[in-house]
Design a protein around this ligand. Structure first.
Ligand code: GLU
Length: 283
């Protein structure tokens, strides 16, 4: 029985790419008589807009989907702190005071999360009053765990390569919402009993890190289904800022959501939109 989820961040309205993701997850769950869960990933500090959660529920219902909702990330901050403390006690976290701009200027390569942190301040202890993020020492963590694999339903067996992303941030400088996406999503998927993580292929590379965190924290290991992405005319991922109409816009304009969902299921994309064929997506 598949337990899978749709985990939107309320940073902006949902668009067709989200609809596709929710439909894929919903249908995978229903095909096995399993569960389709909705989790609101609302720990993105100032970017998070709580009022969007209700809009998301209306969008999903309009598409003809049904789901069970699990607690939002903002209710689980204590659990993220416990996990971070566990990793710190294992000697696998170190403080970093670098800004995004400093990292971008010093980085020599780009990974799945953007410029890879070049470890410039790794040995440089911060002053007690300095705001710091906490990074995972990926090399030390990998040495502790040994080789790891994970399974994607579409791409097959994968060798975990967390080193590609470098020493990712697990605890952010932001005191209000300290857990990073990587830590929160890994813990939540385990807490929600997810057996199949369904999400877009743009998060394929993040899974290497999540697999390492599962091993370090003794969490159950699900399978993954990284689905194709909806691309615009220029081959870029759909995004609201590029003026693709939101699901709420379509709903409010009186469009038939169930019919749209059926079209997406059959791979009939609305004008100009195509499904990605590979993981090589233009930014
Ligand atoms: N919250 C993430 C997003 O909206 C998705 C996380 C996931 O599916 O792992 O992009």
């Amino acid at each position: 029985m598949v337990v899978t989820r749709f985990a939107p961040s309320p940073n902006g309205p949902l668009h067709l790419g989200h609809a596709y993701s929710a439909i894929v997850a919903h249908d995978l769950a229903r095909a096995s008589g399993g569960l389709f869960l909705l989790r609101i990933e609302d720990i993105d500090g100032a970017r998070s807009r709580p009022e969007l959660a209700e809009e998301f529920r209306e969008d999903l219902a309009w598409l003809g989907l049904s789901w069970e909702e699990v607690p939002a990330q903002s209710s689980r901050v204590d659990e993220y702190e416990v996990a971070a403390a566990t990793l710190a006690a294992m000697g696998l976290l170190y403080p970093c005071k670098c800004t995004r701009a400093e990292i971008a200027a010093a980085a020599t390569r780009t990974g799945p999360d953007g410029p890879v942190y070049p470890c410039t301040c790794k040995a440089d202890l911060p002053r007690p009053d300095e705001a710091v993020a906490w990074r995972l020492d990926v090399a030390a963590a990998m040495a502790r765990c040994g080789p790891l694999t994970w399974h994607d339903e579409l791409a097959g067996e994968q060798q975990a390569r967390p080193d590609l992303a470098g020493d990712v941030v697990l605890v952010r400088k932001d005191a209000e919402t300290p857990a990073s996406y990587h830590l929160a999503v890994t813990l939540d998927d385990a807490a929600d009993g997810i057996t199949l993580v369904t999400r877009g292929a743009d998060l394929f590379a993040a899974t290497h890190i999540h697999r390492l965190l599962q091993e370090l924290l003794g969490l159950t290991v699900p399978r993954w289904h990284h689905h194709a992405l909806l691309l615009d005319e220029e081959g870029r991922k759909l995004a609201k800022r590029r003026n693709s109409p939101s699901l709420a816009d379509r709903r409010m304009a009186g469009e038939d959501g169930a019919a749209l969902a059926q079209q997406l299921r059959m791979g009939q994309m609305p004008g100009g939109i195509t499904l990605s064929q590979s993981l090589d997506i233009a930014p």
